[in-house]
Design a protein around this ligand. Structure first.
Ligand code: SAH
Length: 255
């Protein structure tokens, strides 16, 4: 098994000693049953990943000695995820999978049909951090406070393309895409982006977007409406599917 990986804000320099928080100490001592002398990795987006030696992990706390750098940091692709919070388990899954799939930031958005009214940011940040530790990236996605969709769109930087997953574009009983025409297949939209173009992906709640929200989204020049095919996906599936296409065609799956 590869050495356990811990994210830390501490500065990672050879010979330095860093303190572990209670949760990290618990993970190493109790969950993984490591003893002093064990090899551990510590990382952050500034200093990259370093091999470390566990000095202690017990009731009094934990500490690592920093040895040498294993990998220099690489930035995450510039794609954010905007998601309408859904039921707790599904939201947790969205955070974990979006982190594995390399999103840079996570923005919960409150839409008309959002049924969840409290978003526990600390909980989401913890899930993002654990997923970042597991998935060998250098940073955990930043989790922003939930905002109403209108506010997010009002403050939008038009240089960032917002890929909007519009399932109504494929509803058999609706006029496809309403008066704007059918949403384009996601692969066509992503293939037309320039490399390095800043992006965000917007996924709706269980009930989808309401007609006024759809109309607003489709009227904005920085929004690209996309279809994820003829089947209606759950929000968590739509997130995973769309991010996979984005990373494969525009992002860092290309190496
Ligand atoms: N409106 C649907 C369910 C919404 S699915 C209903 O009422 O049954 C949740 C979100 O996933 C949608 O808002 C959309 O952003 C995304 N999504 C799901 N399937 C999709 C598809 N085939 N194409 C584009 N987006 C899709």
């Amino acid at each position: 098994m590869p050495d356990p990986r811990l994210m830390t804000d501490a500065s990672l320099t050879p010979g330095a000693e860093i303190a572990l928080d209670a949760e990290q100490t618990h993970k190493l001592a109790t969950v993984l049953r490591l003893k002093p002398g064990a090899s551990v990795r510590a990382f952050n987006s500034r200093d990259g990943e370093w091999r470390c030696e566990l000095l202690r992990a017990d009731k009094r706390g934990g500490a690592l000695a920093i040895r040498e750098q294993v990998r220099a940091p690489t930035p995450s692709p510039d794609v954010d995820l905007l998601f309408a919070p859904v039921k707790r388990h599904a939201t947790d899954l969205i955070i974990e999978k979006a982190t594995e799939l390399g999103v840079r930031g996570l923005q919960p958005v409150i839409t008309k049909r959002t049924i969840v009214d409290t978003v526990r940011l600390d909980r989401l940040a913890l899930i993002a951090r654990e997923a970042a530790e597991q998935t060998e990236r250098f940073d955990a996605p930043a989790v922003s406070a939930a905002l109403p969709l209108g506010r997010v769109l009002d403050g939008w930087d038009p240089a960032r393309t917002l890929i909007y997953a519009d399932e109504r574009g494929d509803a058999p009983d609706a006029q496809w895409g309403g008066d704007k025409g059918r949403a384009a297949p996601i692969a066509d939209v992503v293939a037309a982006l320039s490399p390095g173009q800043p992006l965000a992906l917007l996924i709706g709640p269980e009930g989808g977007f309401d007609p006024a929200e759809r109309q607003l989204l489709r009227s904005l020049a920085f929004v690209a409406a996309v279809s994820l095919g003829p089947r209606i996906l759950r929000a968590e599936t739509a997130t995973i599917a769309a991010l996979s296409v984005i990373q494969a065609m525009w992002g860092d799956w290309r190496g």
